[in-house]
Design a protein around this ligand. Structure first.
Ligand code: HEC
Ligand code: HEC
Length: 265
C-alpha cells in the first residue's frame, strides 16, 4: 500500500506530466495557419462530412477521389458545378458563391505538393509514395532549364502537354516510369510503341472497355498534340528523367506538423 506521502508524490507527478503534455500539445507550432476564408471552408468540410467520401493525405473515405491536390487539378467552373448540382455520386450541395469560394480556398491551402501528394492506395503500402511529386518537379525543372535555349519552343509544347496531363486525373492510374497496379501502362514508353493516330484516339476517347476512361475534361486537338509532345519528350529522355525522379523520390516522408491544421477547429 502507498503511504499518504507517496500518494501525494504520485499525484504531484501525474499533475506535472499532465501539465507538460498540455504544454507540448498547445505550443506545437503550426508553420502556416489557414486563412479566414479557408477556415470557413473547413467548417463547411466538417459540416458536410466530405471526409466520409474523400481523402486528404491518405486519410478519409474512398467513394470519391483523393482531394489532397484537387486545387491544382480541378478548375473553378467544375468546382462551382460540383458544389451546386453535384456529379455522379457526389451529392448536390447547393453552395452559394461565397461558400464555393471558401471551399476553394480550403482546398487550395491544403494542396501542398512539397509536403505530400495524394496517391491511390493500391499495391504495396508505401511503394511509390512521393514519386508523383518528384516526377512533376523533374519535368518542371527540365522545362525551366531549357528556357532561352534553342529547345525552348519544343519545351513550351512539352510544358503545355504536361499541364493538360496534370490538370486531369491521369496520375490517379498512370504512375511515373512503371506500370501501375490497376494495369495503366508506363506512359514514358507509349510514344515509342504506339502509332500517333492510335495514340490520338486513346487521348480523345480513352479505352473504356480496357479501364481507361475518356479524359475529363476532354482533350481538344491542340491539347492532344501538346500531350503527344510531352509523351515523346518522356520517351526520348526516359533514362535521365527516371533517374532524377528516383533521386528526388527517395527519402521522403510526410511531415504532418507542417500541414495546415485541418482536423480540429
Ligand atoms: C457521398 C460521397 C461524397 C460526399 C459526401 C462528397 N463527395 Fe465530393 N465527390 C464524390 C464523388 C463520387 C466524386 C467524383 C464525381 C465525378 O467525378 O463525377 C466527387 C468529386 C469531388 C471533387 C472533384 C474531384 C476531382 O478530382 O475531380 C471535389 C473537389 C469534391 N468532390 C469535393 C467535395 C467536398 C468539398 C465535399 C463536402 C462539401 C464533398 N465532395 C462531399 C463523392 C462525395
Ligand atoms: C481510371 C484509370 C485511368 C485513368 C484516369 C487514365 N488512364 Fe490511361 N490507361 C489506363 C489503362 C488501364 C490503360 C490500358 C488500356 C489497355 O490495356 O488498352 C490506359 C492506357 C493509356 C494509353 C495507351 C497506352 C498504350 O501503350 O496503349 C495512353 C496514351 C493513356 N492511357 C493516357 C492517359 C492520359 C493522358 C490520361 C489522363 C487524361 C489517362 N490515360 C487517364 C487507365 C487510366
Amino acid at each position: 500500500m502507498f503511504t499518504p506521502a507517496r500518494k501525494k508524490l504520485l499525484l504531484a507527478v501525474l499533475v506535472l506530466s499532465f501539465g507538460v503534455q498540455t504544454g507540448l500539445v498547445y505550443t506545437d507550432a503550426r508553420s502556416e495557419p489557414l486563412s479566414e476564408a479557408a477556415r470557413e471552408g473547413r467548417a463547411l468540410w466538417q459540416a458536410h462530412a466530405c471526409q466520409t467520401c474523400h481523402q486528404f493525405y491518405g486519410q478519409g473515405g474512398f467513394l470519391g477521389p483523393d482531394l489532397t491536390n484537387a486545387a491544382s487539378r480541378v478548375d473553378s467552373t467544375r468546382l462551382v458545378s460540383l458544389f451546386t448540382v453535384g456529379s455522379g455520386q457526389m451529392p448536390p450541395l447547393g453552395f452559394s458563391d461565397g461558400e464555393t469560394a471558401a471551399m476553394a480556398a480550403f482546398l487550395r491551402e491544403m494542396d501542398r505538393p512539397e509536403i505530400g501528394r495524394g496517391e491511390l492506395r493500391m499495391g504495396t503500402p508505401g511503394e511509390g509514395a512521393g514519386a508523383q511529386a518528384a516526377f512533376e518537379r523533374v519535368i518542371e525543372a527540365a522545362v525551366a532549364a531549357g528556357e532561352g535555349t534553342a529547345a525552348a519552343a519544343d519545351l513550351a509544347e512539352v510544358a503545355a502537354g504536361f499541364s493538360a496531363y496534370r490538370t486531369r486525373p491521369c496520375s490517379a492510374c498512370h504512375f511515373p516510369f512503371r506500370d501501375s497496379p490497376v494495369g495503366a501502362p508506363d506512359l514514358s514508353l507509349v510514344a515509342g510503341s504506339l502509332a500517333s493516330d492510335s495514340l490520338d484516339q486513346v487521348l480523345a476517347e480513352g479505352r473504356p472497355l480496357m479501364g481507361m476512361p475518356p479524359p475529363v475534361p476532354p482533350l481538344d486537338a491542340a491539347d492532344r498534340d501538346a500531350l503527344m509532345g510531352f509523351l515523346e519528350f518522356l520517351a526520348a529522355n526516359r533514362e535521365q528523367l527516371e533517374a532524377a525522379t528516383e533521386a528526388l523520390a527517395a527519402d521522403r516522408s510526410l511531415d504532418w506538423g507542417a500541414l495546415p491544421w485541418w482536423e480540429f477547429p
